[in-house]
Design a protein around this ligand. Structure first.
Ligand code: BG6
Length: 521
């Protein structure tokens, strides 16, 4: 057990609250330093997520001064390691994430390890004793975040054992909080999602559960709500009167990599649509909440999921096209087909691409199609939301320019291009009346000088601050599964899979669902 930590090393002041520089940002926009002490317990501490994402994020937060003065990180997993061996592993993880070794020595004083056997209640009793001692030694006030960086099959047992060892109770505000962080997938259909939720609720109450969707922590995803609701010029036209259609794209150039064990059972609909695509959809389509606060925002998103028009399963082919990549060339490199990836069954029918046309049954969006497209091994990585406006109602230039005038399109680039652009028509300079389409463009980081948080840094900070805004609520999860489960069942019963060449924009058959002007290219 370490000596009580009396001081934290000098930290750069990147996170100190204040007015942003440059005169272009308003408000107290830099941070949010967590002030309450906290102990973060990471289950699955020797796994990939911990070393690739969580530790680099924690280390960066530490260096930037975002963590509270009194904090501890306890890694827990099956491997037999001592504190120092675990610290050494995490030092490497932090360095791979760009950490500076000088800061590591100071950070290491807050890092501990407990080996644990998830099947054994006494293992959790020992953890409870250890955490109690750490509370005493480091003044952590009994505040705990339990992060499940383990396969979903272990969620139930860990949450139940935590409950069994008395680590999930929040008796009174003075005795500290207990929060559980879970990663998707939240089940593989409606029934299993509800069963998982019921199991988590045996030990935790809803306000203690944080269901991560890392898309929500992306800067440009958060920006969708701010752009819509902090500008008076967008909301009046953000509806079926002015908008023709909306396309939401999450295209990836990467293949399945080494995740076939999970992905081959999930496929693109469970992997991307049930979560990230639905969140992007709700941010585009939701009504303005009365205040930008966790429950109010989640109420509005849930209404969007409740408005998803069930698909006519007899005519599913008109609304959904599924694909699987064959070999091809992506970004100049030859790549294998999906079925030749390591761990994929050679007769796999798992879709790696889907194009879906979705409607929302409410006044704002009646009749406006939302096209959702996501796939692996497509021509490039591109996540964006394209809002296609309607044509002018009557062209007074028709005798000169013909009946049709190119319409306006607002594109919100999420990644890798973090930008907003608007196409509009202007007169082409010259003696004749001619139109040309021009582009107005904003780079998201233009004029910004402060720090930027990676998605996992944001998630960890929000959990410590008890802010649920960027996390799924179970009613939303259930509504999305209610929409998708019948579709998944129907797809399983018929052959809807088309092959597409890796490096292309998906199967040609997608044109059945996506109109020409909304095709990806
Ligand atoms: C994950 C999916 O949730 O999101 C992956 O499981 C996918 O299959 C990834 O590649 C995409 O995330 P990002 O942030 O790279 O767009």
């Amino acid at each position: 057990m370490p000596k009580k930590d009396t001081g934290i090393p000098d930290k750069p002041s990147a996170f100190i609250e204040g007015e942003a520089q440059g005169g272009v940002e308003t408000g107290q926009c830099l941070l949010e330093r967590v002030t309450e002490p906290c102990c973060i317990v990471i289950f699955g501490a020797t796994g990939d997520l911990t070393s690739r994402k969580l530790f680099p994020a924690l280390h960066h937060l530490f260096v930037s001064g975002g963590l509270p003065e009194r904090f501890a990180v306890v890694g827990a997993s099956r491997s037999e390691l001592d504190h120092d061996a675990f610290r050494e592993k995490m030092r490497e993880a932090a360095a791979n994430g760009g950490g500076q070794p000088g800061h590591w020595e100071a950070m290491a004083r807050h890092v501990f390890y407990q080996s644990i056997d998830y099947s054994k209640p006494e293992s959790f009793d020992r953890l409870a004793v250890f955490l109690g001692e750490l509370d005493e030694e480091m003044g952590l006030a009994g505040n705990r975040v339990f992060y499940l960086a383990v396969p979903p099959t272990a969620y139930k047992v860990i949450s139940s054992r935590l409950g069994g060892a008395g680590m999930t109770r929040e008796r009174s505000p003075d005795e500290g909080y207990s929060r559980l962080v879970v990663e998707k997938p939240f089940g593989h259909d409606l029934d299993s999602a509800m069963a998982l939720d019921a199991a988590l609720h045996e030990s935790f109450e809803e306000h203690q559960i944080y269901r991560i969707d890392h898309y929500l922590a992306k800067e440009t995803v958060q920006n969708v709500a701010l752009l819509r609701f902090a500008n008076s010029i967008f909301e009046p036209i953000w509806n079926r009167r002015y908008i023709q259609s909306v396309r939401i794209t999450a295209a990836e150039s990467l293949g399945v990599g080494h995740r076939a064990g999970y992905y081959d059972h999930a496929g693109v609909l469970r992997d991307m649509f049930q979560n990230h695509m639905m969140q992007l959809l709700s941010l585009c389509a939701m009504e303005p909440p009365s205040i930008f606060e966790g429950e109010r925002v989640r109420d509005e998103k849930t209404k969007v999921y409740g408005a998803l028009q069930p698909m006519n399963l007899d005519r599913l082919e008109n609304r959904l096209v599924l694909g699987q990549y064959s070999s091809g060339v992506v970004e100049g490199e030859k790549v294998a087909s999906y079925i030749d990836e390591p761990g994929v069954a050679e007769d796999s029918r798992t879709p790696t691409y889907a194009a879906m046309k979705v409607h929302l049954d409410n006044w704002r969006w009646q009749g406006v199609p939302f096209y959702l497209i996501s796939g692996k091994r497509l021509a490039e990585k591109r996540t964006e939301i394209a809002v296609q406006f309607k044509e002018v109602p009557c062209s007074m230039f028709r005798h000169i320019l013909g009946e049709h005038i190119t319409t306006n399109r607002l594109t919100l680039g999420i990644q890798p291009r973090e930008e907003i652009s608007l196409t509009f028509q202007t007169k082409a300079p010259g003696p004749k009346v001619c139109l040309r389409s021009v582009l107005m463009h904003f780079d998201y980081y233009q004029g910004h000088q402060g720090p930027v948080l990676d998605a996992y840094e944001k998630v960890l900070l929000d959990v410590m601050m008890g802010d649920h805004t960027l996390f799924w609520r179970q009613d939303g999860v259930n509504l999305c599964w209610s929409f998708l489960t019948p579709i998944l069942d129907a797809c399983g019963e018929r052959n809807m899979l088309y092959l597409y060449r890796a490096g292309s924009w998906g199967p040609q058959e997608a044109s059945r669902v996506i109109p020409e002007d909304m095709e990806l290219r």
